[in-house]
Design a protein around this ligand. Structure first.
Ligand code: GUN
Length: 297
């Protein structure tokens, strides 16, 4: 019930519904105007049977179907060797019917994530996690494929604060998927960012100074009102289970509401936005490949 208090502009469900409809219409028009071009194709690679990963891949597959994107899944046993996985990626890199390749993370411990992500052809790197695309993001190049969760986070923040210039943003967590990449992206919007991690001195004091706080550590309730400035925007990227198996974020919601209503909900905040931005990136790579230009993306 207390969730009713949050600023509805931060609903990732509402914003996703709008953007997905725009993407669907844009794609349909593109295909009508380019009748010899096939629809975009996203191929996801899932290693092992991690329950959450399977669920996310399923959500992505269903969203592709709703938008007219074709999606394929390559499911591999958790015992697959790194070499075998690299062979799968090489084949997808060479497959002309595939526009986007996504290797669902996390990977089993015996596989080096960095080696695998580096093998994806940057032109098909729909997640933007290859060193090439990370380098382009660092160089603020408009050619960069930007990781989906950071893109979704920025879209949500801009609903509440369209002008990001000069804003002080604290990013709690430094993963490649979220923390590191969202800092690069926000710096490109002329924000000043502070990276907070387990070895940061006085993290709470730093966080309290921030106009915007992005939390992505994967630890339920780690941030409470004592970390948050009055009326700050707080983006909760965490997806955790509490003791009653409810899905909760990294932010102690009830406590933070005492400081600000600008808190993105979990579930229904960043999660749907990540999938929406994956669809956008897939269509973008497909358009680039077939040299299709529209106003939309
Ligand atoms: N695991 C959790 N989120 C993501 C994501 O955005 N991309 C990939 N590849 N794996 C994930």
């Amino acid at each position: 019930m207390r969730d009713l208090k949050y600023n509805k502009l931060l609903s990732g469900l509402t914003l996703s519904t709008k953007i997905r409809e725009e993407l669907r219409v844009d794609l349909k028009e593109c295909l009508l105007r380019n009748s010899t071009v096939r629809p975009p194709c996203l191929t996801m690679v899932l290693v092992g049977d991690n329950y959450a990963s399977k669920m996310y891949v399923d959500f992505k597959h269903k969203t592709c179907q709703q938008l007219g994107i074709s999606s394929r899944l390559v499911s591999l046993d958790s015992s697959v060797s790194q070499e075998e996985l690299l062979v799968v990626i090489d084949k997808l890199n060479q497959d002309d019917s595939v526009d986007g390749i996504l290797v669902q993370l996390p990977l089993p411990d015996h596989i080096d994530k960095q080696v695998v992500l580096s093998r994806i052809d940057p032109r098909k790197d729909v997640d933007g996690l290859s060193p090439y695309n990370q380098g382009l993001l660092m160089a603020a190049s408009s050619e960069a494929v930007v990781p989906c969760t950071p893109l979704g986070i920025v879209e949500l923040i801009r609903q509440v604060e369209p002008n990001l210039e000069g804003k002080l943003v604290a990013v709690v967590g430094r993963s490649l998927l979220v923390g590191k990449s969202v800092r690069l992206l926000l710096e490109n919007y002329n924000c000043t960012t502070i990276g907070i991690h387990s070895k940061t001195k006085n993290p709470q004091t730093l966080c309290q100074m921030a106009d915007i706080v992005v939390v992505a550590v994967g630890h339920a309730g780690i941030i409470d009102k004592n970390w948050i400035k009055k009326d700050a925007i707080v983006i909760d990227v965490g997806i955790n289970k509490d003791n009653s198996s409810h899905t909760v974020g990294d932010v102690n919601r009830d406590s933070v509401y005492e400081q600000t209503i600008n808190l993105s909900p979990v579930p229904g905040g960043v999660g749907p936005m990540t999938i929406t931005m994956l669809m956008k990136n897939t269509i973008k790579l497909w358009k680039k490949r077939f040299k299709i230009k529209t106003k939309y993306c």
